[in-house]
Each structure stands twice: as structure tokens, then as C-alpha cells.
Design a protein around this ligand. Structure first.
Ligand code: GTP
Ligand code: MG
Length: 355
């Protein structure tokens, strides 16, 4: 509770007046999501045959939502909730119906994807690597690399880019910055804003910063972000810098690895849920470690293993290149070829160099 309260105060909540300068946009209209609509989402108790006793048993078994029940077999549900198999079968069918689970045709899916926004990184080369327009909403983009490779600089550039109007490569929205390492630098944001001719004060006001002091706090802050969105904040980008540092520090013993991975997995799952439900982009940074098993080539490996690798939609590997440039490699994208590009970190932003 204490943590939650301090989290609330830590978030430097930025009220309306988004940037009104020529380059950066006005606030998207605040949408009040009515309480009623929230209540309309069906809950376990709304399923015929599932009473308060069954709900308590299901919750004790870690099933809180319709989806959790809908994917059970009748025998599993009957065991877990203490109901007969025939009631369980009917409850599962009802839950599946209520959830509108199933298929949409490709055309409808394509239509839904048109709602997506893209956010420019500030560098054309990087944007092109990501398919032409930068990072995407309803997706998690991970940047991993050694210290000084540019992960935080890219985060700051995106936090400025998201505020641009759609025609200029932004998403006309605000950014949330969850800072686990105390490396958020307002002065760098100012420089980036000046670099594109925007008003630095207004740009800074549209970035909601919270310091996460440990992994529990980091997870709690996600709820706060969901609350802010419900309250109508036009958030289109959530940055977690760094995704893994707290988890890595807190679960460092050998015996704790499984626990750490499980918690990371849950966190990533929740991140994706917030991204999909609210059409926002998630950008996370990740450290690397040396992989002694790698005899040849680059021994650098991202923290978090397959759990992070699979949960992130786009993975970027950043490293220092020649003449102070940065090399960025796209790995494992669902729709783009693996490729790499080069850019520079300069005082007023990320810049392209000839490739
Ligand atoms: P860790 O968080 O330590 O893992 O590293 P990171 O990948 O987040 O590094 P970050 O993005 O902070 O990059 C730091 C690097 O950016 C510095 O080493 C500089 O090369 C460059 N940089 C930072 N600020 C400036 C600046 O004002 N001007 C220029 N030209 N370069 C800068
Ligand atoms: Mg950093």
C-alpha cells in the first residue's frame, strides 16, 4: 500500500496542455471510460453454474478471468471448483460464448491492424529497419546491448517522437517512462525536443516518469499506468528502462532462476496485455551478459533467455560501431527480415549516417 501510494506521487503526472507548438501536437481528446463499461466485462461469477464458492476455489487456484476457465477441461474444472462434470461442461461452454473466443477472418484482422500507430525513432535508418515507420503499438520492442550502446538514448528519442502528429511519424500521444536505474535525463529530452524544433517544456510535460525501486514496485507501476489510461491520459508509449535489472539483482542465486523467470514471464504477459488493450507501444531495454558457451562470434547474450526473447515482438541488438556510430540489428521479427543498420547518437538526437 505504501509502495502504491509513493508510486502515485512519484509519477510526475502531466496534466493536459500537451505541446501546442507547431511541430508537436495538441492533446488527444480525453476519453472518459465510463465505470459502467468497465463493469460490463463478464466475470467468473457471471457464468451460469459458477457460484461464489466456486469462484473462491478458482481464485485460490490462480484462475481469475474467463479465459482461465474457458481453457480448462470439464474434468479439470470439476476438480478445481468442486462441481459436477456436467455443470462444468456447461460453464466452460458458457464462458467461451461470453468471451467471443475464436476466429476472425484475415480481412477483419487486417482491418484491426489498421488501428496501429507507429512511432519514429528519430533516425530514418532505424525506422526503416523496423519496417519504415519506427516501433509499433500493440507490440513490445526490446533493445538489448552493452552499457553505452544507446538503449536509453533510443528510449528518450521515442518519448519525444510519440508526441508528434501521426503525419510526422508520431502517435499524437504521451509517454510513460518507468525508470529502474535513475537514468532518465530531462536535459537530454530538452536537447532532443530542440533538435526537432519543439517546445522542450511541453515535451517534458508529456512524459510521465516514475522511478521503480524494486521489481515489485516495477510490477505495481503497471497497474498505475492502466489507471492513468482509464482516466483518459492519451498514453501511446510505455518505456521500461531497464526491464530486467531489478529481477536480475533480486534473484541472483542459482536456486532463484526459475522464480525470476516466472515473475519476468508474468510481467511481460501483463505488459503485452496493457499494450494490446490500449493500443500502445512498449519499449523495454535489457542488459547483456557474456555467454561462455559461445566459442566463436559475438559472445553477448541478452538477459532473461527465451522468456524475454519470445515475449518481445521485435528485438533490437545495439552495439558500438566504427567512429562512434551505433549498429542496430533486428532479430526475430514476425514480419520483417533480420537486418542491421547504423546511426549516430548526437546531442540533438539520433542521426543517420550513410550506409
Ligand atoms: P546502460 O544503461 O548503461 O546499459 O547503457 P545504454 O545502452 O542505456 O546507454 P545510453 O543510451 O545511455 O548511451 C550512452 C551513450 O550515448 C554515451 O556513451 C554517449 O556515447 C552517448 N551520448 C549520451 N549523451 C550524449 C550527448 O549529449 N551527446 C552525444 N553526442 N552523445 C551522447
Ligand atoms: Mg541505459
Amino acid at each position: 500500500m505504501l509502495i502504491k501510494k509513493s508510486a502515485f506521487f512519484l509519477i510526475m503526472v502531466v496534466k493536459k496542455d500537451v505541446v501546442e507548438g507547431e511541430e508537436i501536437v495538441d492533446d488527444a481528446p480525453k476519453k472518459k471510460v465510463s465505470k459502467k463499461k468497465e463493469e460490463e466485462a463478464p466475470k467468473l461469477i457471471d457464468i451460469p453454474g459458477v457460484g461464489p464458492g466456486a469462484v473462491a476455489k478458482l481464485e485460490a487456484a490462480g484462475i481469475y478471468e474467463l479465459m482461465g476457465l474457458a481453457v480448462l477441461t470439464a474434468a479439470q474444472l470439476s476438480d478445481t471448483a468442486g462441481m459436477s462434470e456436467s455443470v462444468a461442461r456447461k460453464a466452460i461452454q458458457a464462458a467461451r460464448k461470453m468471451m467471443d473466443m475464436g476466429f476472425v477472418d484475415g480481412l477483419a484482422h487486417e482491418e484491426k491492424r489498421k488501428e496501429l500507430f507507429n512511432i519514429t525513432t528519430g533516425s530514418k535508418n532505424l525506422d526503416n529497419l523496423l519496417g519504415g515507420k519506427g516501433i509499433q503499438t500493440k507490440a513490445i520492442t526490446e533493445a538489448f546491448g552493452a552499457f553505452g550502446s544507446g538503449k536509453t538514448q533510443l528510449a528518450l528519442s521515442l518519448a519525444v517522437g510519440v508526441q508528434l502528429p501521426v503525419e510526422q511519424g508520431g502517435a499524437n500521444g504521451k509517454a510513460v517512462y518507468i525508470d529502474t536505474e535513475g537514468t532518465f535525463r530531462p536535459e537530454r529530452v530538452r536537447q532532443f525536443a530542440e533538435g526537432i524544433g519543439a517546445n522542450p517544456d511541453k515535451v517534458l510535460k508529456n512524459i510521465l516518469v516514475a522511478r521503480a525501486f524494486n521489481s515489485d514496485h516495477q510490477m505495481l507501476l503497471l497497474d498505475r499506468v492502466a489507471d492513468l489510461i482509464k482516466d483518459g491520459e492519451p498514453i501511446r508509449l510505455m518505456i521500461i528502462d531497464s526491464l530486467t535489472a531489478h529481477f536480475r539483482a533480486e534473484f541472483s542465486g542459482r536456486g532463484q532462476l526459475a522464480d525470476r523467470q516466472q515473475r519476468l514471464n508474468r510481467y511481460l504477459h501483463n505488459l503485452m496485455k496493457v499494450a494490446e488493450q490500449n493500443n500502445l507501444a512498449v519499449y523495454v531495454t535489457n542488459q547483456v551478459m557474456s555467454d561462455p558457451a559461445q566459442m566463436f562470434g559475438d559472445p553477448t547474450k541478452a538477459i532473461g533467455g527465451n522468456i524475454v526473447g519470445h515475449a518481445c515482438t521485435y528485438r533490437l541488438y545495439l552495439r558500438r560501431g566504427k567512429k562512434d556510430s551505433r549498429v542496430c540489428k533486428l532479430i526475430d521479427s514476425p514480419d520483417l527480415p533480420d537486418n542491421e543498420t547504423v546511426f549516430m547518437i548526437e546531442t540533438d538526437g539520433l542521426k543517420d549516417i550513410e550506409i
